[in-house]
Design a protein around this ligand. Structure first.
Ligand code: SF4
Length: 491
């Protein structure tokens, strides 16, 4: 898809719900969903009961955590940075896999807003934290993340940082990611990119470097996936400037020197790529996550098109198919006909749903945090190959997931495994962080991984026999979407 096709009418405010036709609470059959979306008659429902959501603040922090010479200040109570441990783990493992000596831990400071600050304001603590960051670490960048608490008390972060900038050598970058602002956790990525565009890019475009692409990726991408992306793109003469993944101030400022942009995920940097097109004329490819044969082909073709390398990429795709097809056949023999339930972020869950078709597996249920025009494009394709299946549009909400799993009884669950494993189902996931998932090599790895899990279900069976989920038997008999207004799925 080219930049011009998606050019927005007005500047995006960073809240995904504000984009037209974006839905984040729904339960329906996939055919109903496709048709309802097409006829513009879906209503954004709400849950009358909901368990905790993933907060957008943590996505803002995680997106930036691997940038060199940076300190991350969360202007929040202490609990808000609990999930920063996940990004820290991803970053430390990622460095080890890349052979980086002197493994670093991201420098995260929390201002620890408490009850007194909620009444009197947290400005003093924020000023102290910024000075502490500068004195302790002498960074090039200090990112300051807002939170629900700082938003509620109305601390004017922009003004405070503006004033402090005269006293501080590091560039100060406010990120407006108050958790309550959006129920779609992908908005957290947008907040980070809006700040990069506003505070770190020069207004003038740098001279274009031939063959350079901005490759937008979060820190969760494994080193094996990075190598696979590079291997595929290098074959058509393209090199990558990774942003913000293992990036630096210099690499960020070099964004405007790229010939084009793309991302490894549909909901990562999509709005930012549109902005780069509008502000600097950098075209972009926004297609799918390169997981599975169909998606990898589509992703590669999208990138090749903006570099006018359509013929070269067809030769690469043909040669890759020839190389892996005998292996795919062997794996298919182990997986064909198995029924699958998938739960994941929007990009990965839809990509995994396409991947299982490579192995002749059948999708029976899909849980995804949001639904929009991009998801509709995927659902049209998936309905064509899998027929009707259940779609739960949910940011988290494990109570709905266990109900669905209990009644659908899939042969395998793909996603964060905790709840499904305790039901004794074979589980695996496609967000590995340590091993390959992308491209042609990733397809083989994932296929073998799913098959191994199916053939060795003993651990989850034992786990289930020793676990009790916290729901009454009556919940499993109830409509899983009982708490969503306007839900329409019936089994
Ligand atoms: S920013 Fe808000 S939603 Fe996010 S962790 Fe803090 S209190 Fe919770």
């Amino acid at each position: 898809m080219s930049g011009s096709a998606l050019a927005p009418k007005k500047k995006y405010d960073g809240i995904r719900e504000h984009r037209p036709e974006t839905y984040n609470d729904y339960g329906a059959g996939s055919r109903f969903l496709e048709e309802g979306f097409r006829k513009k008659c879906l209503k954004n429902a709400d849950r009358s009961f909901a368990q905790g959501l993933q907060c957008q603040q943590i996505n803002s922090i995680n997106a930036l955590q691997s940038i060199e010479d940076s300190v991350f200040i969360s202007h929040s109570p202490q609990g808000c940075v609990g999930c920063a441990a996940l990004g820290t783990m991803q970053y430390r493992i990622g460095q080890a896999h890349r052979g980086i000596r002197g493994n670093r831990t991201p420098k995260v400071i929390v201002t620890n807003l408490d009850q007194k600050d909620i009444i009197l304001g947290g400005e003093k603590k924020l000023r102290e934290a910024v000075h502490a960051a500068e004195d302790r670490y002498h960074p090039k960048l200090i990112f300051v993340f807002t939170s629900c608490a700082s938003g509620i008390i109305g601390d004017d972060i922009d003004m405070i940082l503006d004033e402090l900038q005269d006293e501080i050598n590091a560039r100060l970058v406010p990120i407006h990611c108050e958790g309550f602002k959006s129920k779609v956790c992908g908005s957290g990525f947008d907040a980070a990119f809006i700040a990069i565009g506003k505070y770190l890019l020069d207004k003038e475009k740098r001279p274009t470097q031939k063959g350079l692409i901005n490759l937008f990726a979060p820190v969760s991408i494994s080193y094996k996936d990075q190598l696979e992306i590079e291997r595929m793109l290098n074959q058509i003469g393209i090199t990558c400037n990774y942003i913000p993944f293992y990036s630096s101030l210099d690499k960020i400022q070099n964004i405007t020197a790229a010939e084009a942009s793309t991302a490894v995920c549909k909901v990562f940097a999509d709005e930012f790529m549109k902005q780069l097109y509008e502000d600097y004329g950098i075209p972009y490819s926004h297609t799918v996550m390169p997981i599975g044969m169909r998606n990898t082909d589509k992703w590669l073709r999208g990138v090749a098109k903006i570099f006018h390398k359509e013929a070269e990429v067809e030769a690469v795709i043909a040669s890759e198919h020839k190389r892996i097809e005998p292996e795919v056949e062997k794996i298919r023999a182990r997986l064909e006909g198995k029924r699958v339930f998938i739960c994941g972020g929007t990009g990965r869950s839809f990509a995994a749903a396409a991947l299982i078709d490579d192995y002749g597996m059948k999708l029976i249920g899909l849980e995804t945090p949001t639904y929009d025009i991009d998801a509709q494009t995927d659902i049209e394709y998936l309905n064509g190959i899998h027929g009707n299946f259940v779609v739960d549009i949910a940011n988290m909400q494990p109570f709905e997931q266990v109900n669905l799993l209990n009644r659908l009884k899939p042969d395998v669950f793909i996603g964060v495994p905790e709840w499904a494993a305790k039901l004794g189902l074979p589980t695996t996931h496609v967000l590995d962080m340590k091993r390959p998932t992308f491209g042609y090599d990733g397809l083989l790895y994932l296929g073998n991984k799913i098959a191994d899990q199916l053939e060795n279900p003993g651990f989850n069976k034992k786990l289930a026999s020793h676990s009790k989920l916290p729901y009454k038997a009556s919940w499993y008999e109830t409509d899983p979407f009982k708490f969503i207004d306007n839900s329409v799925w019936k089994d």
